[in-house]
Write a protein that binds this ligand. Structure first.
Ligand code: AMP
Length: 267
């Protein structure tokens, strides 16, 4: 595996992007990331993984500082997976060039865009820069971060004329979605997060039979039972992310705070 620390090294190593898949990450590589990498490897000859913890998408400095990092372990996992290239840039390398920044439409300011001000602007800005640098036409992203996947697909997929491939959420056997942030959870919080995931999975299934689920009541119940703070609990359709559209495919979206850690998921 070639480790490339800047654009010069990247351009020298990768001359032709025709058959190269790209998996952007913030590191703390887990089975969720691994599934994206394996999907890329199945579909493309070569794979580039990037690890860059983007400061501009964290709305709190403390959250950025505490984000779990373990680059040595990441490198050893990626080597074992036979990833071809690891792009490992410094912040100044990504933000050197002047580029237009993104603003969200009013209709996009829902779910995490509403509750984490500036977060998706930061995500779109860094992905815009990464896609400008890494010229792969096939990018693999997780449905675990469904709103992020949809925004990037719609806005940047169009801009760069690239294929953004959504990959299913990988879960632990206790139903918790794999996430780098899970490393910040105490044992007791993991137990609760698992119970919540099991309940929401059931609730989604139940919603297919009974469309009249009172989510605000359910949200209140979960908050009291598990002593969590829920930012949102909403059914939205998969395509347009509009509320309560049970006519087409839909998902149940949640973001909540448990012992100082914010988790998101969808079912
Ligand atoms: P992150 O490192 O958290 O920024 O995630 C990098 C990519 O991995 C994003 O496209 C995520 O949606 C995806 N990802 C993270 N967790 C999972 C998971 N449990 N299952 C599938 N994809 C995931």
């Amino acid at each position: 595996m070639k480790i490339l620390k800047n654009v010069f090294e990247l351009n020298k190593a990768v001359k032709n992007y025709k058959n190269v898949g790209f998996v952007p990450t913030m590191g703390g590589i887990h089975k969720g990331h691994v599934s994206l990498i394996k999907t890329s490897q199945k579909n493309k000859k070569e794979t580039i993984v990037s690890i860059f913890v983007n400061p501009t998408q964290f709305n709190q400095k403390k959250d950025f500082k505490n984000y779990p990092r373990n680059i040595k372990k990441d490198i050893s996992i990626l080597k074992k997976l036979k990833v071809n290239y690891l792009f490992l840039p410094e912040t100044k390398e990504i933000y050197r060039k002047k580029m237009k920044s993104f603003k969200l439409n009013k209709s996009d300011k829902i779910l995490c865009a509403k509750h984490r001000k500036g977060h998706f602007e930061g995500v779109l800005n860094v992905m815009n820069r990464l896609l400008y640098i890494v010229k792969s036409k096939h990018v693999f992203m997780g449905e675990k971060d469904y709103q992020q996947y949809m925004l990037i697909k719609r806005i940047l997929g169009k801009k760069y004329k690239i294929n953004i491939v959504g990959c299913p959420t990988i879960r632990e056997s206790n139903k918790i979605a794999l996430s780098t942030r899970n490393k910040l959870l105490k044992k007791s919080s993991i137990k609760i997060a698992s119970k919540i995931a099991v309940r929401l999975d059931k609730l989604k299934k139940l919603s297919k039979k009974n469309k009249f689920i009172d989510l605000s009541k359910y949200k209140y119940k979960l908050e009291n039972k598990f002593k969590i703070k829920i930012d949102y609990l909403e059914f939205r359709d998969e395509k347009k992310m509009k509320l309560d559209n049970f006519k087409s495919k839909y998902r149940l979206f949640i973001a909540y705070h448990i012992n100082g850690v914010r988790l998101i998921d969808n079912f």
